[in-house]
Ligand binder design. Structure first.
Ligand code: DX5
Ligand code: ZN
Length: 217
């Protein structure tokens, strides 16, 4: 399975965003965390900045919505040029309707689960999604400690995807670094988000290569 690395710009320098977007040219996606001070206790950025990111980067833009009422707001983000949009199980009212709406707009639909949420409820609607996002920290902040207890859930989801012959991606977000890359890939994740491990490194391109190589080792 080929591994994709998605640096999270949450740990970038927001005053030098264009520079920091170009520093990750060897990544596969750029992960953009949108927070609203309601679904999570942090506030980041909204539509105007996501729009500029989509214009400035050559990478596919993966928007992670940590906001209330994604049923209302996700389609607005889909209009801005994002390649994929994740919305949270605990925030959406009609995940199937929203996933279909995003796909109809040409955007990949991704469903995100927090550490205390199970993946089994998703099994009945798995075909509706291009990717499932498993949080390996409580959403809200970069630089938190990786929750290894999320790996059994990741394995169960990968087994189900394989059993049904689907090509659904599994994204893991939170505490991914060179030291956890192998564990998450071995559990079945193929899209690895890394914020502090990339932007906290003096050489971002090297950090991306290190995470990719260790995941594939
Ligand atoms: C946290 C965000 C993550 C965050 C990850 O709520 O969803 O994408 O940027 O940061 P690290 O990789 O530092 O844990
Ligand atoms: Zn994220």
């Amino acid at each position: 399975m080929s591994i994709q690395i998605a640096p999270s710009i949450l740990s970038a320098d927001f005053a030098n965003l264009e520079r920091d977007l170009h520093a990750i040219d060897n990544a596969d996606l750029v992960h953009v965390d949108v927070m609203d001070h309601h679904f999570v206790p942090n506030l980041t950025l909204g539509e105007p900045i996501v729009k500029r990111i989509c214009e400035v980067t050559d990478l596919p833009v993966d928007v992670h919505l940590m906001i209330e009422d994604p049923d209302r707001w996700a389609p607005e983000f889909a209009k801005l040029g994002a390649s994929s949009i994740s919305f949270h199980m605990g925030a959406t009212h009609a995940p199937v309707r929203l996933a279909r709406q995003l796909r109809a707009m040409g955007v990949k639909a991704c469903y995100a689960v927090r550490p205390a949420e199970s993946v089994e409820p998703i099994f009945d609607i798995l075909e509706e999604f291009d990717m499932i996002l498993i949080m390996t920290v409580e959403p809200g902040f970069g630089g938190q400690k990786f929750l290894a207890n999320q790996m059994s859930k990741t394995r169960r989801l990968r087994d189900e995807i394989k059993r049904r012959g689907l090509d659904t991606h599994i994204q893991v977000d939170g505490g991914v670094s060179p030291s956890t890359a192998h564990v998450v890939a071995e559990a079945g994740a193929d899209v690895l988000v890394a914020g502090s491990a990339v932007y906290g490194s003096p050489n971002q391109a090297q950090a991306i290569d290190d995470i990719r190589n260790l995941a594939q080792a």
